[in-house]
Structure formats: structure tokens, C-alpha cells
Write a protein that binds this ligand. Structure first.
Ligand code: PEP
Ligand code: MG
Length: 749
């Protein structure tokens, strides 16, 4: 960049800084800024438009346009050139504005006399805040240097907006992040709740965007980048062998050593920004590109750069993970995404979880369900909108988040919570009663668990036992492989807590998205279809054997139920069962206490197993349909990929027919069958499963009440007829017909 423009830009920033130092009210500051910019850039007009709400921009200050139009002129997102800059988050630079696509004439501003137009987005970390515009009568395109200078100023404006510099008397602007906001997302765990925001990664606040001494800022940047490099190298050394993690860290290293990145930040400093503002400027540009790109590879790389920039900002500002802020009461966790182990660290203290990305089928979602914490994923903008301590109300039925709700919303919401409490009371009143349908069928309801903390729910939920105990959660929460004695003690506690009720212990189901931090994962192109669960257990049986021994010792004279995950063919089951026999024999020889009896079952999670020989069905002690995986393989739709996952309904006629076929095969071979995927806990789905012949369902504890309630009011023959009719009509899914039937019956689910 030529020195001249650096100087110009720095001079402009210096003038801005001096102007900001005066103790003016917000509007006066905005007015001064427009005046300064117009003067420095030798333009007749400079205007600042800021968002009033998500869809509306308001002219908040101007030099050159009609003063009366301030706070009067409003534009919708996408409207006019200004609205286009805001929507596309891209600069518009034109010599002839009235002839440019999108131009909209606004008589109140008197702007038709201006020919040149340069508009740049005002944005902070991908959050659009407004648009900064300069215009002049002379018909000319602005030079790249001028564009750059205006971008730098826009960056400073964004920082100052964030700091609340323009709030106050006459500003007609309220502080950012102070207004009520409603956000929408996808429900991953139902529930209505309220609490106060706790950011998983605190927002870094840049208190001074100006470089007082550019040399000093450059030095600070170099030191921080060096610290970052050393940190990445250390992480790489520790992660040796871990495929995906190494790949990400290699990308980090590439960015940390990138000359282009460094040069751009140095240029930003030369033009008057502080080191942290320079990092943020580049980060903002990368985020804007991330939002616009359809190329998933590029988006991932930009997301890596984003993460790295956050680390650099934390080093520069000294605002680490721990900012000293105290977690508020009733915390509602906000994060871009989170892994199952991190979520478990927070435990049950959370009142809700809001993720900007994430997916309904992920294991973090399963952990949230196990902990019965309302979870909403894909909540756009939540990490940029929410501040620590903000009051939030979560409608985990509709997928709506009310951030900083006003009184009207809060009152309506309280009514909703009261209704939910009443429903809970209704469920409590049927807790001791069986899930017996009006036509006399009794459905056996069990609960899914995976943590010691789940067990207190067993007596209060009305479950008859634990239909799925996911043992891997215990492995995921540790930093090292648990020892056999520890596991034996833990399993014994689980059995003690279940007070004689049956607990189905599923052996370790790792791989895919469940990666143990201390086990060397394999680099695989398709982890969900890869070396996971029982495949690992059979190829490297050390851990499986240790787990089986621990379970037998824990049983100590009590019956034991073991289930193998992800069995894809008969032979895998026979080999796994042989491991149980071997472990039993070894324990007997060593003189350890033994279980009084052992049941050995398999999860049916791959379509292949449904077509295995009768002999398999006869040999297995029981089967449990793992609907989460079965559905993903049936439809070839990744359970973690929201885009494809939600295309396929569980009540799709083909899928229901497939489940029915499994039910028939089990009936013919007298094999006990249950369903333990998440769908078993959804009342309408559970009702349809019961109607096609399933008699045992296992679900998270909070679902038992609603499922029991619908079953007790239903006549399965009628529901079955609705399903059959839908099938004959050629409906794609039976859902519309079932919902209509339920409405006719006046049933609230
Ligand atoms: C399933 O796949 O349905 C299941 C219960 O197992 P998980 O969700 O743990 O993979
Ligand atoms: Mg599974």
C-alpha cells in the first residue's frame, strides 16, 4: 500500500480519535464523524445508516444530505444501494449512482444531485451493524485506496458502536445488545425454560481501536502471533497421530505462518488501527466471505481462520477463556457448537443450550437429552447477539428464543411455563399406572441413560427399567481410559440405583462423532460408515474384554444384560457373544463373583441385520432397534447433517413398513424386540410404533409421561387403520393422516 494513503487514513483516524475523546452525547459524535469523513475525503456527502432492527436501516447522521431526513429516512434490507451494501455485505463503488442497479431515489434526502457513491458495510465479526456512505457530485469512481480508508473507518465505527459510543441523548439509538430480540432455531431437545446467558466463548471486547503508536502495535502483533505459533506447535505435538485434529492444527499452522494475513494486518495498523482492531478487521472480512460462500471446503478453512483469530484476540487483549466473569444463576449456555464431553463438563446446572450450528442427531444433542436440558440448534446470530447475563426465555417446542424479552413476551411465556407445569402434574398422576391402551395392549416403557446422574430419574419417571445404558458417555468424560476396577464400581452403582430393575448395558459405541480424547482415531473418509462400535471391539478386543469383566464383577450375583451396538451381520454377533462366554469363563477361573444369569442382545442399526438368517433371530436373546442410526442408513442421510436429516420423516411409509417387517420377523422367531432411538420418545412416533406391533420402547426419562399419556388414550386398531389407509393411498408419510386423526379426537399431544 502506498505510504500516502496510509498517512491519509491515519490522519483521518487520528482526527476521529480526538473527536471521540470529547465528552459528547451519541448523536453529536455521529454528526462530528460524518463531518470529519466528508472533509477528509473531500466529498460533499457522508452518511451513517445503522440497523434499527434486523430488516430496517435508518439514516442516523449525515453531512451533506437534508438534515431533516436524519432518523426519518429508513430503508429495508436490500432496498436501494445502501440496502444492497447491507444485504450483500459488499462494497458498492460507482461513478454514476442513479444509473446503477438497485438505486432508489429518496426525495427527502435531496440526493439525486450526487453522482458518485461509495458504500461500505459497518460490521463487527460478521454482525451487520450498518452502512457508511460517501457521495460526491463529480462523476468518478473512488480509488482502491479510498475504499480501503473508508473500510478502516467503518471498522472503527463498528467497534465504537459495540462500545456504546453513540448511545445517549438525541441519538435515537439504543445501545447494541439491549433490545428484545426473537431468534429461531431447530429444536433438538424440547422444553420450556428461562435463565441467563452464559457464553461458552466470551466475546472479546476491543476497548481501543486506534493505534496510538503504530510501531508499538506492530510489535504487539508480532509477539502475539509468535505466542500463537508456539501454542499451535505445542498442540500439534500433543495431537500426534490424531487424524482430524492434526489436519485442523496443520491448517492453523499454515494460517499462523501466512505472510498474506500478517501483511494485511500490518497494513491495517499502518493505516491507524490498533493490533486487535486489525485482527478483527480481517476476521470480519473472512466471516462475511464465509457467509457468502457455497464452497464447503472454503467455509471450513475460513472457519479455521476465525477460530485462530479468536485465539489471537484473546492473547492480545488478555481476555482468555476465563474473563473473571461469574456464571450467572440459571445459566443458559450459548456456543457456536459444542462437543459431548464439553457439555458434560457443564452438567445439569444448565437451564438451556443454544447453538449457532450443531445438529439434532449429534451426540452433544443426545447428552443434552440425557440431561433433559432444552436444546435449540441452528440459532442464527445467537453468539453475536447475546451477552453474558442477558435474560432469555426458551420455547423448546416451537424452537423460539426470546432474548431480553419485554414484559408482554415474558408474561405470555410464564403462562406457557405454567401450562407445562400442569402437564407435568398430569404425567405424575399416571406415573404408577401402566401404559395400557384403550384396546388393552400394554406397552413397556423404559428409559435411556448413560450417566450416574440419570439414575435418580428412574423411580420418578415411571420407567420399568433402563432400556439403553450408553456406556461410552463414561469414557467420553475422562482424559484417560478408565480402569477396570473403576468401571466395575460404577456399573455396580448403576445396578444398585436401579433396585433390581433391568438395565441394558450397551458396550462401548465409539467412532463416528464419538471420539475418545485418549484413543488414537483412524483417519477415515466416512467415519459414520467406518471403524466404529463393535467393529473396533472385535478387531481390538482389549477394551471390550475389560468392559465385560467389569460388568460381570459389578453384577455380583445379580442378572446382567449386555447389548452390542452396530451389529451388521450375524457373524459379528456370534463373535461378540463368544467374548462374553470367554470373559465369564475367565472370571470363573479367577474365582470372581459372577452374574446369576446373562442376557446378550444386539442393536439393529443397519438394514442388513433385518435380513439376516432366522438363526440369528433365534440365537440372540433380544434385539433393540437403534432408530437414530437405522434411519440414517435406511435413507442414506447423515443424522448429523440437518440439511439432509430433516428431509426424511420417521413416519415415512417405507420406513414404517421396514420397522414392521422387523417386528414380524421377531414375532415369528419369538425374539423380544424394543426400540431405543430418539423417536421412541416422541409421542406421535411412539403411538405409530405401538400400532405396528412394537411392545417395548426406551426413551429419555422426560418423554415417558407424554408417551404414556397418549398411549393410555389410544386405540391401536384405529391408529393402525389410519396407517394402512395412508399406505394404500400412496401417501409419502403417514404423519398428515395421523395428525388429522388426533385432531379429530381432540387430542393434545
Ligand atoms: C441409535 O442409533 O438409535 C442409538 C440408540 O444409538 P446412538 O444414538 O447412541 O448411536
Ligand atoms: Mg446408534
Amino acid at each position: 500500500m502506498p505510504d500516502g494513503i496510509e498517512l491519509e487514513s491515519r490522519k483521518l483516524l487520528e482526527r476521529l480519535r480526538d473527536a471521540m475523546a470529547d465528552d459528547d452525547a451519541g448523536q453529536a459524535r455521529l454528526d462530528k464523524i460524518t463531518h470529519l469523513i466528508a472533509d477528509s475525503m473531500q466529498c460533499e456527502v457522508c452518511s451513517i445508516y445503522l440497523f434499527r432492527d434486523e430488516e430496517t436501516l435508518e439514516l442516523c447522521a449525515t453531512e451533506g444530505l437534508n438534515a431533516e431526513s436524519v432518523h426519518q429516512t429508513r430503508l429495508r434490507l436490500g432496498e436501494g444501494l445502501v440496502g444492497r451494501v447491507a444485504r450483500r455485505r459488499r462494497v458498492i463503488n460507482t461513478a454514476n449512482a442513479p444509473q446503477t442497479t438497485g438505486f432508489r431515489y429518496m426525495p427527502e434526502t435531496g440526493e439525486e444531485v450526487y453522482s458518485s457513491f461509495l458504500g461500505v458495510p459497518v460490521q463487527r465479526l460478521g454482525e451487520a451493524l450498518g452502512v457508511l456512505v460517501v457521495q460526491s457530485k463529480e462523476e468518478r469512481e473512488f480509488t482502491l485506496d479510498e475504499v480501503y480508508a473508508l473500510e478502516v473507518v467503518a471498522m472503527v465505527l463498528a467497534e465504537m458502536t459495540e462500545l456504546g459510543a453513540f448511545v445517549g441523548e438525541g441519538a435515537a439509538l439504543s445501545a447494541l445488545h439491549s433490545q428484545p430480540v426473537m431468534l429461531r432455531g431447530t429444536v433438538a431437545q424440547e422444553g420450556v425454560s428461562q435463565g441467563n446467558i452464559w457464553l461458552h466463548e466470551p466475546r472479546v471486547v476491543v476497548t481501543n481501536p486506534f493505534a496510538e503508536d503504530p510501531d508499538r502495535e506492530r510489535q504487539r502483533l508480532h509477539e502475539a502471533v509468535e505466542e500463537l505459533r508456539v501454542g499451535v506447535d505445542k498442540m500439534l505435538a500433543m495431537a500426534s497421530g490424531d487424524g482430524t485434529q492434526t489436519e485442523v492444527l496443520e491448517t492453523y499452522r499454515m494460517f499462523a505462518n501466512s505472510k498474506g494475513w500478517m501483511r494485511r494486518m500490518e497494513d491495517d495498523i499502518s493505516s491507524g488501527l490498533s493490533a486487535e482492531a486489525a485482527v478483527e478487521k480481517e476476521q470480519s472480512l473472512a466471516r462475511a466471505r464465509m457467509g457468502q460462500s457455497n464452497d464447503s471446503y472454503l467455509r471450513e478453512r475460513l472457519s479455521d481462520l476465525d477460530d485462530l483469530s479468536n485465539r489471537l484476540l484473546r492473547i492480545l487483549t488478555g481476555q482468555g477463556q476465563n474473563t473473571g466473569a461469574e456464571m450467572p444463576d440459571n445459566p443458559v449456555l450459548v456456543a457456536r457448537n459444542i462437543g459431548p464431553a464439553e457439555l458434560l463438563d457443564y452438567g445439569r446446572s444448565l437451564k438451556g443450550i443454544l447453538l449457532e450450528s450443531g445438529s439434532v442427531g449429534s451426540h452433544a444433542a443426545i447428552v443434552a437429552r440425557a440431561l433433559a436440558i432444552p436444546l435449540i440448534v441452528n440459532v442464527d446470530r445467537v453468539t453475536t447477539e447475546a451477552l453474558n447475563g442477558d435474560h432469555v426465555m426458551i420455547d423448546g417446542e416451537q424452537g423460539i428464543v426470546h432474548l431480553r424479552p419485554d414484559d408482554n413476551v415474558a408474561n405470555a411465556f410464564r403462562d406457557k411455563m405454567a401450562m407445562q407445569a400442569a402437564a407435568l402434574e398430569r404425567y405424575a398422576s399416571i406415573r404408577e399406572k401402566p401404559a395400557e391402551t384403550l384396546c388393552g395392549n400394554v406397552i413397556s416403557l423404559h428409559m435411556n441413560a448413560g450417566l450416574m446422574a440419570d439414575l435418580p430419574s428412574l423411580p420418578t419417571s415411571g420407567a420399568e427399567g433402563v432400556g439403553l445404558f450408553r456406556t461410552e458417555l463414561q469414557f467420553l468424560v475422562r482424559n484417560q481410559m478408565p480402569r477396570r476396577t473403576e468401571l466395575a464400581a460404577l456399573y455396580a452403582r448403576v445396578m444398585d440405583a436401579s433396585q433390581g430393575m433391568r438395565v441394558v448395558f450397551r458396550t462401548l459405541d465409539i467412532g463416528s462423532d464419538k471420539v475418545l480424547p485418549y484413543m488414537k482415531p483412524n483417519e477415515e473418509p466416512n467415519p459414520a460408515l467406518g471403524w466404529r462400535a463393535l467393529r473396533v471391539g472385535l478387531d481390538k478386543p482389549g477394551v471390550l474384554r475389560m468392559q465385560l469383566q467389569a460388568l460381570m464383577r459389578a453384577a455380583n450375583g445379580r442378572p446382567l444384560t449386555v447389548m452390542f451396538p452396530f451389529v451388521a451381520q450375524y457373524e459379528e454377533y456370534t463373535r461378540a457373544r463368544a467374548e462374553v462366554d470367554k470373559a465369564y469363563e475367565r472370571e470363573r477361573r479367577l474365582g470372581h463373583p459372577l452374574p446369576s444369569e446373562i442376557e446378550v442382545g444386539a442393536m439393529l442399526e443397519t438394514p442388513s441385520l433385518a435380513f439376516s438368517p432366522n438363526k440369528f433371530f433365534e440365537e440372540v436373546d433380544f434385539l433393540s432397534i437403534g432408530g437414530n442410526d437405522l434411519k440414517q442408513f435406511f435413507f442414506a442421510a447423515d443424522r448429523e447433517n440437518e440439511r439432509v436429516r430433516k428431509r426424511y420423516d420417521t413416519l415415512n411409509v417405507s420406513f414404517l413398513s421396514f420397522i414392521e417387517r422387523i417386528v414380524e420377523r421377531c414375532e415369528q422367531t419369538h425374539t423380544p424386540l424394543s426400540f431405543c432411538g430418539e423417536d421412541a420418545g416422541r409421542p406421535v412416533e411412539a403411538l405409530c410404533f405401538a400400532a405396528i406391533g412394537l411392545r417395548t420402547l426406551s426413551m429419555r426419562p422426560a418423554s415417558i409421561g407424554p408417551v404414556k399419556s397418549i398411549l393410555r388414550r389410544s386405540n391401536l386398531a384405529e391408529v393402525r387403520k389410519v396407517i394402512t389407509d395412508a399406505r394404500h393411498r400412496g401417501d409419502m408419510s403417514v404423519r398428515p393422516a395421523i395428525m388429522e386423526y388426533l385432531r379429530d379426537q381432540n387430542w393434545v399431544t
